[in-house]
Design a protein around this ligand. Structure first.
Ligand SMILES: [Zn+2]
Length: 386
């Protein structure tokens, strides 16, 4: 069958809600790119703009991926990068917590400890901007960790350290930034844990009051409970870009509790101009801030690998053991695939049927001339032989 090259027959981007998590992420990234085209160009180029002459399709131990394209590395604005970053962080957090609860720090012996999950929020109104509330939240957390009282608390409850993640939603009362924090403590009795809960809650209310004059209602604006499992605790701080979170964006779940940035993106993609404006405000406010932070020394105690930054976790160009380049698309074909919004389908086809699946997809959408496609035949033969 001859491949045709017809720009006039591009298939329009599907507007109905996708159910494939990969498709959801890539569609949301397209929407984010269109919203941030003038302000965060890296997001608009992420996964599309070539850094060389061609885009290579690689089958690795974690499925198919594209190499040779730019990566934005934005955990806040790019759902595709956020998914990779969140998964990388989740694995790190899980290893750290596992070592803490089993009392096995790197290079030494320890005693088994507990993990507590805390939720910190602050009162907010519809008139406050996302940037203003982020600054208040960051300042309050900095003050929370300062002074003799915090040092004494660490000693009293054996707090080895903390892992902190910031999240943001938008609801009827405006922007709602909140912190999910894991406290790694000694093994605590119920009464000790209750005292720690009361102390942390009162300290949080005091620092928020001192910094902003806002009154935190402890029953609403603060939560504290022992983690029932290491995986639950890991998800608590590292679920930001997980499939389950992004999938909510395209589902018809109630938005009454506020919309996540991914839900804002989904609504923006469906023509909600207010959501489009809100996402742009949020992306500008959060740009440059860290999603997940560790207390000083905690990583060194439990993890042997040096910390990777968000870009390193999101970039697909680093080789993995077991990688196989099944083929590559030259510039013209690649751009047509991007414009047709077919990257997730391309990856799905590569995983299901290898290079033959990629070719079938291109033929079905009439996106390529035969000479525009380069295939690594040796690797292809290896794939089919395996
Ligand atoms: Zn990205």
């Amino acid at each position: 069958m001859t491949l045709a090259n017809s720009q006039a027959e591009f298939h329009p981007r599907q507007r109905e809600a996708a159910t494939d998590p990969r498709k959801v992420r890539y569609d949301l990234r397209n929407t984010a790119g269109s919203i941030l085209a003038a302000t965060q160009k890296r997001v608009a180029k992420c996964g599309h703009r070539l850094v060389g002459p061609q885009a290579s399709i690689v089958i690795g131990p974690h499925g198919a991926r594209i190499t040779g394209v730019e990566t934005c590395g934005s955990v806040w604005a790019c759902p595709v990068c956020a998914a990779k970053i969140s998964e990388g962080r989740r694995q790190e957090v899980a290893e750290c917590l596992d070592r803490h609860v089993t009392g096995t720090p790197i290079g030494g012996e320890g005693v088994p400890g507990d993990v507590y999950m805390a939720l910190f929020t602050l009162p907010h109104t519809y008139t406050e901007t996302c940037a203003e509330l982020r600054v208040i939240m960051r300042s309050a957390w900095t003050f929370f960790l300062q002074g003799k009282a915090w040092k004494a608390a660490r000693k009293r409850w054996g707090i080895t350290g903390y892992i902190r993640a910031m999240e943001v939603t938008h609801g009827a009362n405006g922007w709602h930034p909140h912190l999910h924090v894991l406290f790694l403590t000694s093994a605590l009795s119920e009464s000790d844990a209750d005292e720690l809960r009361v102390w942390i809650g009162e300290r949080w209310a005091n620092v928020v009051k001192r910094i902003s004059g806002k009154e935190v209602r402890l029953g609403v604006g603060f939560g504290f409970q022992k983690a029932c499992s290491v995986s639950a605790a890991g998800d608590y701080v590292a679920k930001w870009g997980a499939d389950s979170e992004i999938a909510k964006a395209s589902s018809k779940v109630s938005r009454k509790g506020g919309r996540s940035p991914w839900q804002l993106l989904a609504d923006a993609g469906n023509g909600d101009h207010r959501a489009r404006f809100l996402f742009a405000e949020y992306a500008a406010a959060m740009k440059g801030s860290r999603h997940l932070t560790w207390s000083v020394g905690l990583r060194d105690m439990y993890l042997s690998e040096p910390e990777k930054d968000d870009y390193e976790l999101a970039c697909d160009d680093a080789p993995h053991h077991g990688d196989m380049v099944i083929g590559a698309l030259r510039r013209g074909v690649w751009h047509r695939v991007c414009r047709a919004g077919l990257i997730p389908e391309l990856l799905n086809s590569a995983e299901a049927e290898g290079w033959a699946g990629v070719l079938a997809l291109l033929r079905a959408h009439r996106l390529a001339l035969p000479e525009a496609i380069y295939v690594n035949r040796r690797k292809q033969n290896d794939l089919h032989a395996s």
